[in-house]
Design a protein around this ligand. Structure first.
Ligand code: F6R
Length: 667
């Protein structure tokens, strides 16, 4: 623990198919609602993934900050730190590793040493410099009077560092963040920003390139905390006699549900009595108040050993909530629609861009959207999309799917698409996140907070939301009659109870997972919509159990991968419906018999009553019979449980797999 004593410092500042509009007749790009972030379109960002929290109020800041960090630890868990304004001093503690290390250090120092009602904290996912104590946040200037916590990457930090070193400043960490502490201290000490912390921070922010959220405290200014943002998340929480800033509302939901979303290039000063927002020039700026519609219990484990297990069980609700309110007066409706129906009619090609599980949700949706809308759909990894010069124009609809709404690869894909004049529709689980902010239309998944790093309920909600996008397109384009759209929607709605029924397999799959814990590798096979499910099952297993896992289109097996089959290799097969997809079902049964003949141990996920496959299954997991296109919503569930249980049996932390963070805001 370090406490810095006061010093003299300067005083202080969404029938018939309607006609297609001729190409040249499109309106300009003045899309209402692009608003304050338009300036950031095209800006390349590389962001770190960290959780930050700041507080000024009537409680002990240490308790509030540590509580907030606990609920943001999913953002990064390489190191953690706190700074509390203790009277006219700044008391700082920081530690590499999990938050528990920091708490132990705080306890060793004695919590009374952190007595104070203003402070901030940080939980880090390392970008610049290894996760060691000296690179942990907060970072301070040479006097220790200024402390900074940061989420993002300051791209011009090398130049700033050289400038500081040339003027005799010694830096004590490998981070980009530390430069800002020294620069803010200098601005606070001299010139027209002297003694004015907000003005000093603004002056420094104007010099920074890249993406950042900064929270800044100064030992001379115990009554306020200053925070600023560019392309990184920052929300204000407004309570009674207390105010918060954080990367995520989860940090303060325990204390208040009244929040304010900060815009691009804005700075906020928080005090006990409220907050004041300006732009980086110091002009008063508008920020968007909103009310958080989920509560703390949604973010807590609710008696489960892991958040992920709780989130798997929450999937029926996640589906119901995602669909709720999206069929009204006989029509599918989106959340924020800054495109006209004509825009949707003009769409002649769809790209789904996303990463990881969100990408798999797009792969599932391709089957439905192409079938319902007769539109070509390409599903692309966001990290590849903009680097291969995709053919985009104003009649292209890009669907950007992201749980967090912060994923850097997806955000950059959105920016690239909009530069090419394509329309972007965001499917996102995080209200007001950067990706929906920069998109032309938004459909929120209402899965609620997903804390486990591996996506489960958000994935199912993404699949459902992507189907809604398909129905909205089919409705606008007239490729489905209104009664057909209504029927499809009704079938989607019924999936909530089908998923609840699927949860009945949980104990069987858990027991299976325990038996599979010593396997070296697992293969996953599927066809049609079962193929992306196989990919998703393999991803879950890799990330949670650190086990080699591969998902294949079952028809591809004979073109190479069958060479992998050896005695006792577990192979998970996602079966299509014997009624809905009889031809595919027969082919897959043949595939299973081929691998079984070569010694594989077959674990088959099949529709209940599927007696044809039974003789070929060493283990049969039965899921409810549902319409073909909706099968992924049930068949994914046992694969999630399987991965979690294998990981648990191997002794791994299911919520926080190694090397990963929940929001991947680095490219
Ligand atoms: C896997 C997982 C990741 C995310 C991916 C995209 O379980 O969670 O693959 O799906 O990082 O994240 P979002 O949806 O936040 O853009």
């Amino acid at each position: 623990m370090t406490t810095f004593r006061p010093r003299n410092a300067p005083a202080g500042d969404r029938a018939t198919r309607p006609a297609k509009r001729p190409r040249g007749a499109f309106r300009g790009l003045t899309v209402p609602g692009r608003g304050q972030d338009a300036g950031s379109v095209g800006v390349v960002t590389l962001k770190g993934v960290c959780g930050i929290v700041g507080y000024v109020g009537h409680r002990q800041a240490l308790d509030v900050v540590l509580g907030g960090l606990h609920r943001m630890e999913y953002r990064g868990y390489d190191s953690a730190g706190v700074a509390v304004l203790t009277g006219d001093a700044l008391t700082v503690e920081r530690r590499a590793g999990r938050l528990a290390n920091l708490e132990a250090a705080v306890d060793t120092a004695g919590r009374e040493a952190f007595a104070g009602t203003a402070g901030m904290g940080h939980t880090r996912w390392a970008t610049h410099g290894p996760p060691v104590d000296r690179n942990s946040h907060p970072h301070r200037d040479g006097t220790g009077r200024v402390a900074v916590v940061h989420n993002g990457i300051i791209e011009n930090f090398a130049a700033l560092r050289a400038e500081l070193e040339a003027s005799g400043v010694e830096l004590s960490s490998d981070t980009d963040t530390e430069t800002t502490a020294h620069l803010i201290a200098r601005a606070y000490a001299e010139g027209d920003t002297a003694g004015d912390l907000p003005a000093s921070v603004r002056a420094v922010c104007r010099r920074l390139e890249g993406a950042f959220t900064l929270v800044v405290t100064h030992a001379d200014q115990p009554d306020h905390v200053v925070a600023a943002r560019r392309s990184s998340p920052l929300v204000v929480g407004v309570g009674e006699g207390e105010t918060f800033v954080a990367s995520d509302v989860a940090a303060f939901i325990e204390h208040t549900r009244q929040a304010v979303e900060l815009g691009q290039d804005q700075l906020v000063v928080i005090t006990r009595d409220g907050y004041e927002v300006t732009d980086f020039a110091g002009e008063p700026a508008d920020a968007k108040p909103f009310s958080v519609d989920w509560d703390l219990s949604a973010a807590e484990k609710g008696g489960h050993e892991y958040f992920m297990l709780k989130e798997i069980e929450e999937q029926p609700d996640a589906l119901a909530n995602t669909l709720r309110g999206h069929f009204s007066s006989g029509r599918v409706v989106l959340d924020e629609q800054r495109m006209s129906d004509q825009d949707l009619r003009d769409v002649d090609k769809v790209f789904v861009v996303a990463c990881g599980s969100a990408y798999h949700s797009g792969l599932v949706a391709k089957y439905a959207i192409e079938h319902w809308c007769r539109l070509p759909v390409e599903v692309e990894l966001a990290s590849e999309f903009r680097y291969r010069d995709p053919v985009l124009d104003r009649d292209t609809l890009v669907v950007a799917v992201s749980q967090s709404g912060e994923t850097a690869d997806t955000l950059e894909a959105v920016r690239h698409a909009r530069e090419q004049k394509a329309r972007v529709l965001a499917v996102c689980n995080t209200n007001g996140a950067q990706i929906p902010r920069e998109s032309d239309a938004v459909l929120y998944t209402h899965a609620g907070p997903e804390i486990g790093v591996a996506s489960t309920k958000a994935f199912l909600a993404q699949v459902a939301a992507n189907y809604l996008v398909g129905l909205a397109l089919a409705q606008a384009r007239g490729t489905k009659y209104p009664d057909e759209v209504a029927r499809e929607f009704g079938e989607l709605e019924a999936m909530s109870s089908a998923v609840a029924k699927t949860l009945g397999t949980l104990e069987q799959v858990r027991a299976l997972g325990k038996r599979m814990a010593d396997s070296k590798a697992v293969l996953f096979l599927g066809r049609h919509v079962g193929f992306p499910v196989a990919l998703e099952g393999a991803l879950k297993l890799k990330e949670l159990a650190y086990m080699h896992a591969e998902g294949f289109a079952a028809g591809e097996l004979k073109h190479g991968p069958i060479a992998l089959i050896e005695d006792d290799l577990p192979v998970v097969v996602v079966m299509p419906s014997p009624k809905g997809r009889a031809v595919l079902h027969s082919k897959l049964v043949s595939n299973i018999s081929e691998i079984q003949a070569r010694g594989a141990r077959t674990i088959v996920i099949a529709e209940e009553g599927d007696d044809r496959v039974r003789p070929f299954a060493d283990e049969l997991v039965e899921v409810p019979a549902v319409p073909t296109l909706l099968q992924p919503l049930v068949s994914t569930v046992p694969l999630q449980v399987l991965a979690a249980e294998i990981a648990r049996s191997r002794g791994y932390d299911v919520d926080k797999p190694r090397n990963l963070a929940k929001s991947v805001t680095v490219e």
